[in-house]
Design a protein around this ligand. Structure first.
Ligand code: ADP
Length: 442
């Protein structure tokens, strides 16, 4: 089977277009030539013009004019009544000439054939009552025209096809490059990029391809990091659980200290369960089908409840909680937003030193409500600020982990906030404290 390459398609399309246009133009021309009246009229006009020329010519010079005309397959003779008839004409055919009182050209006869030869007469071409008879034989002329036309068409097709073939190279070449780059990418090589200087649609396509490749590379890197982070986060509690159970089983840990180690095992299982909970929540939020039930509820009441639930945590550190809340109804997914406030308030408590202050302030205007959660804790170094919403990012990994953290709390909070078309921002000064602001449009 012939492979239908783009190049073959372009050249064949060109040939089809040229041939179709020619057939169409021939069709239109033949339609036109069917209107014989017009063509015959033209013959009469030509004959009339030649007769006028001969009339203006000195009678001695007429033969010369006839000679010149014969070069164009127009043969002429001037006759008088009773003189010998040229071109095998009969008396009956020429009699209308001698009866005419005007100089209007008349059709005398048509010699039938594929290219009919016309015999036309012009009466009274001079004062002596002579008539001019012209025989127009365009057969040869038409044959030459036909040959020129055919050769022209053939040359047009040949040169045109060759030029189109060259031009097709410029169209096909970028497509071929894109195809081989896409194939290369399919083998797993995401570093492939297309260099080009084109500013046309192909240039745009290559830019889009390069953009897609770099986005895929980013996603692939994120996926690799995610898998390695998850395995690490799972591996470390499992290692300590295994270590302590083996130590207890083998009697390495004395009976009076076993309770303490069992408590560590219990805390590690809690950590694993929290991790799997967070991972499931993230996976669910990432999927398009996460259940999302926006309802109207009082935001101030929700904040007050979350703070109340966290009371054991903040009283343990003797933290001062300052609230500035206003009655404000919002429309959002109640459970999801509860998770946001829990994560932010628990972090504020977790990263605060004893006797610190936590402020929860609501700022309401016509357009939005802004909730600021400010603590006087250790703060976040400027260099870490752009990353704290990344999955598994922990500023002080050892401390976060010892507090039961896994670096997923803020990424879940941001995901939920963005799902609601809201915004979360952070400002922090190391050693002074941190302020998270969530803006919810009303
Ligand atoms: P984690 O489970 O470790 O708390 P998060 O995603 O909630 O994970 O937070 C990411 C990191 O951001 C934390 O490890 C911590 O270093 C930093 N962080 C978050 N909130 C605060 C805060 N209020 N004060 C200081 N650091 C914070």
């Amino acid at each position: 089977m012939i492979k239908k390459s783009l190049r073959v398609r372009i050249v064949s399309t060109f040939i089809i277009i040229v041939l179709a246009s020619l057939f169409l133009s021939f069709g239109i021309t033949s339609l036109f030539s069917e209107r014989k009246v017009t063509l015959e009229q033209q013959f009469l006009t030509i004959t009339g013009d030649i007769a006028t020329l001969l009339d203006l010519t000195d009678p001695d010079q007429r033969d010369k004019v006839m000679d010149i005309l014969s070069d164009y397959h127009i043969y002429g003779a001037v006759i008088k009544e009773g003189s010998e008839l040229p071109f095998s004409l009969t008396e009956t055919k020429v009699s209308p000439l001698f009866q005419s009182t005007t100089s209007e050209p008349l059709f005398l006869d048509i010699e039938k054939g594929p290219n009919p030869v016309r015999l036309i007469g012009v009466p009274n071409i001079d004062n002596s009552g002579s008539s001019l008879i012209l025989k127009m034989d365009f057969t040869g002329f038409l044959e030459i025209m036909q040959r020129i036309l055919l050769v022209g068409l053939f040359i047009v097709l040949l040169i045109g096809s060759f030029l189109i073939l060259l031009a097709a190279h410029y169209i096909v070449e970028p497509v071929k490059r894109l195809t081989s780059a896409a194939k290369e990418m399919a083998t797993g090589n995401l570093t492939v990029r297309l260099k080009h200087k084109k500013k046309d649609e192909f240039g745009e396509l290559m830019d889009s391809f390069n953009h897609m490749a770099s986005e895929l590379q980013k996603i692939d890197k994120m996926r690799e990091d995610f898998v390695s982070n998850v395995s690490h986060e799972i591996q470390s509690p499992i290692t300590s659980i295994r270590g302590f159970t083996v130590a207890i089983r083998d009697g390495i840990i004395p009976a009076d200290r076993q309770k303490e180690h069992l408590e560590i095992i219990y805390q590690e299982t809690l950590r694993l369960s929290k991790l799997s909970d967070h991972l499931l929540r993230l996976a669910s939020l990432d999927s398009e089908h996460h259940p999302y039930h926006p309802v109207k509820y009082r935001l101030d009441e929700q904040l007050r409840r979350v703070i109340l639930v966290a009371e054991p945590l903040w009283t343990e550190k003797n933290l001062d909680i300052e609230l500035d809340l206003q009655a404000c109804p919002v429309k959002a997914d109640h459970d999801l937003f509860e998770q946001v406030w829990q994560n932010l308030i628990n972090n504020a408590i977790k990263y605060s030193d004893e006797d610190g202050v936590i402020e929860v302030i609501m700022e309401v205007n016509d357009l939005a409500v802004r909730v600021h959660i400010t603590d006087t804790g250790k703060g976040i170094p400027e260099i870490d600020l752009p990353h704290i919403f990344d999955r598994f990012y922990m500023v002080d990994k050892a401390r976060s982990q010892s507090d039961g953290g896994n670096g997923l709390g803020l990424s879940i909070a941001r995901k939920i906030v963005e799902l609601h078309d809201c915004k979360i921002e952070v400002k922090s000064t190391e050693g002074k404290g941190t302020c998270f602001t969530v803006s919810i449009p009303l």
